[in-house]
Design a protein around this ligand. Sequence first.
Ligand SMILES: Nc1ncnc2c1ncn2[C@@H]1O[C@H](COP(=O)(O)OP(=O)(O)OP(=O)(O)O)[C@@H](O)[C@H]1O
Ligand SMILES: [Mg+2]
Length: 321
Amino acid sequence: MIQADSLSRSYGERWAIRDVSFQAREGEILGFLGPNGAGKTTTMRILTGFLAPTSGRASVAGFDIVDNPMEAKRRLGYLPETPPLYDDFTTREYLSFVARLKRVDRRKIGDAVDRAMSMCGVEEVAGRLIRNLSRGYRQRVGLAHAIVHDPQVLILDEPTSAMDPRQIVEIRKVIRGLRGNHTIILSTHILPEATALCDRVIIINEGAIVAVDTYEQLAARLRSSEKTLVRTARAPADLAARVGRVPGVLHVAPGSGRGEWVVEAALGQDVREHVARAVVEAGAGLLELRPLAMSLEEVFLKLVTHEDDAAADGEREGARA
Ligand SMILES: Nc1ncnc2c1ncn2[C@@H]1O[C@H](COP(=O)(O)OP(=O)(O)OP(=O)(O)O)[C@@H](O)[C@H]1O
Ligand SMILES: [Mg+2]
């Protein structure tokens, strides 16, 4: 549905993005995750035809964005980082204007605008001038702008920025509701947002893709050991030593909570049964024993801080493709 092949863009001597390739499949939500200046906006502006790539190609719904921009743009909705809204229009006037520009059938414009306003929760400001809207509401009108012509593909640059927590929850619901019928790329540097919304995540850093994967697979690929959390009622002096002697266990350290221990074992080793026995035999009173997954935050930090190691390990998408 969206295809990017070796996209690069330079500003003078500097590369904003370099050799970025990926695809978004029909009906999926693809997250673009990266720190400030990573190249998320640059990539999105190229995909939407607002910025020409220095080299490489991109297509939307089978139409090349440079050779066939009209056809590509017709199938595309874009929420830019800062939505360029017309201040002197009311919300409804503005969205009707956009619908006309997007060539929505004249007789259907009223319905299309009502639908977009209802989906984005801006009905209550339908008659207000855009200049008087708060930032969160401007962002919502920007999202309504992106979906008013019911495009197949949506490209959303930080859709929840400037929103309060309640609005974030609502907008995520809107985006989730669009999944399936639409192919969506969204950027964020809010890591839980990527986990909450996206089927797959692309991690981009310093203009290059560091990883493309599902969150679960990313965590699995990055894991260097199996970690298990053990919680006990008591902590006899020899507990750590006893657990440490279990075959396969590499390391035992106190956890963050009371009576918690983090037991590390070699990758692929399931030591839970023997750890449980050791805890019981030590008379510590086993309360809980569960595998510890890496949070996306940890995955991300590991990816952006150990990019060179990752490349050496063949973790880079380019090396795997
Ligand atoms: N018009 C421009 N002229 C010069 N450099 C630019 C221009 N636009 C972007 N850049 C540079 O390109 C790089 C990527 O910027 P981009 O805006 O794509 O990052 P981003 O991932 O969207 O960051 P953020 O999370 O802050 O929005 C940055 O180093 C930025 O300074
Ligand atoms: Mg940006």
